[in-house]
Design a protein around this ligand. Structure first.
Ligand SMILES: Nc1ncnc2c1ncn2[C@@H]1O[C@H](COP(=O)(O)OP(=O)(O)OP(=O)(O)O)[C@@H](O)[C@H]1O
Length: 395
């Protein structure tokens, strides 16, 4: 698939901009702060309903405006030689539920457009996948899951809601106990335990399966990027195992089994959870463990190795999505749009050339760079200059 057109209204620095795009390679080039990343961020938003730079939507709306609109025309080839265009329009209104329209139809839930466009975006922020806290790695897994199986977005949203409500209840149960009262809160807690176990189990199983599929691709991508220096191994570490012991994940992870395990773990932790007012077990406490040559990447890997690892995670995601022939909701041609935001300036020449070689054959690659010379020769395809909110194709 590829994006044939991007149109933005009041998104980031752009009051209005139109950007026609071709398949193949496009480098968006211009000095710092001119709006290159804003363009690719918008394309990534259509695929994931999130920004790779900020956790909430507020900064995406142009200062002074109340809502932003992102429109893309996505082309997907259902059969060779028969491309189909889908127009996706998302209205971003911070503080309210975002709305989306497909092919000019009536507005619906934004979540319903997930699966139409797939992207894999690699950016300097990805270094935190290796060096940062587990929440970034959990989001990495969930974003990828949603691109493969869009309905998982509903499970993630349900889990977050249940988690918030259960935590509130744990706090009030703790306060009641300290005040010498008990009763109603504990009975209600049983209901929320069941809900947390039910939605949490779906997420844990989906993530574990995803990591199983991703692991060999990460190992291969790391080897390619680093020219065979060090073995990259990824594993899913469930917080359940910390409560029930490693044998909890020894059996094949069916949803029913994990649901029962989560319930048992919550039962064991109840006193502690009430005391602390937080949910201590479940996918919100899990992690994706990254090791390099048998050592944890976080804390041991060098800066360059951490970069290669982050890149390997993205290239592996790209390979997985490209190989996934179920291709979300509407047929084949699921190869995602590959976005490389500001990355070449950060890589040494060897890694730069290696990356260029690996991504050059992709269906559509969008690159941002402040200096044209940072874009390696094999990727010097189409160029768009970005300057003061204007975009101009360089012929
Ligand atoms: N919500 C917003 N409203 C108005 N302007 C914004 C908003 N968010 C970001 N900007 C502006 O957008 C510009 C940054 O754009 P962007 O990050 O796309 O730059 P860039 O061309 O990728 O730069 P660099 O090469 O430094 O990465 C900044 O000038 C910033 O002030």
């Amino acid at each position: 698939m590829y994006v044939a057109h991007l149109s933005l209204t009041d998104f980031r620095s752009y009051p209005q901009v139109e950007l026609p795009l071709d398949p193949g390679i496009t480098a968006l080039v211009g000095p710092n702060g001119q709006g290159k990343t804003n363009l690719v961020e918008a394309i990534g938003y259509v695929a994931t309903l999130g920004s790779h730079r900020v956790p909430s939507d507020a900064a995406l709306v142009r200062a002074g405006a109340t809502r932003a609109v992102v429109r893309t025309r996505v082309i997907r080839e259902l059969d060779p030689g028969s491309p189909r265009a889908t127009l996706v329009e998302i209205e971003v209104t911070p503080g309210k539920a975002n709305r989306a329209r497909v092919n000019g139809g009536s507005p619906g839930r934004a979540r319903d457009v997930l699966g139409i466009l797939r992207t894999v975006l690699f950016a300097p922020e990805d270094l935190s996948l290796v060096k940062g806290d587990p929440d970034g790695r959990r989001r990495f897994l969930d974003d990828l899951l949603v691109q493969i199986t869009p309905r998982i977005a509903g499970v993630v949203a349900d889990y977050d809601r249940v988690l918030r409500q259960r935590s509130a209840l744990l706090k009030s149960a703790g306060a009641a106990m300290r005040g010498g009262r008990s009763g109603a809160d504990l009975r209600t807690l049983d209901v929320w335990d069941a809900k947390l176990a039910q939605t949490g189990a779906q997420l844990v199983v989906a993530r574990r399966d995803l990591v199983t599929d991703l692991a060999p691709r990460v190992a291969q991508a790391y080897e390619q990027v680093s020219s065979g220096q060090g073995e990259a191994v990824i594993t899913y570490k469930a917080s359940l195992d910390g409560v029930l012991g490693e044998e909890a994940s020894a059996e094949p992870a069916t949803t029913e089994l994990v649901e029962a395990q989560l319930l048992e773990a919550m039962g064991r932790l109840r006193g502690k959870e009430i005391e602390r007012g937080v949910s201590l077990v479940g996918p919100h406490r899990d992690d994706l463990v990254l090791t390099l040559g048998g050592l944890p990447a976080k804390g041991y890997a060098s800066h360059g190795e951490s970069w290669s690892y982050a890149l390997a995670l993205r290239l592996a995601s790209y390979a997985l999505l490209s190989d996934d022939t179920s291709a979300a909701d509407w047929g084949p041609d699921g190869e995602p749009v590959l976005i490389l935001d500001d990355v070449f300036a950060e890589l040494d020449t060897r890694r730069r050339d290696r990356l260029a070689e690996l991504v050059a054959p992709a269906r559509q690659v969008l690159i941002t760079a402040a200096v044209p010379g940072d874009v390696p020769e094999p990727l010097a395809g189409g160029r768009v200059d970005v300057m003061s909110g204007e975009v101009a194709r360089v012929l």
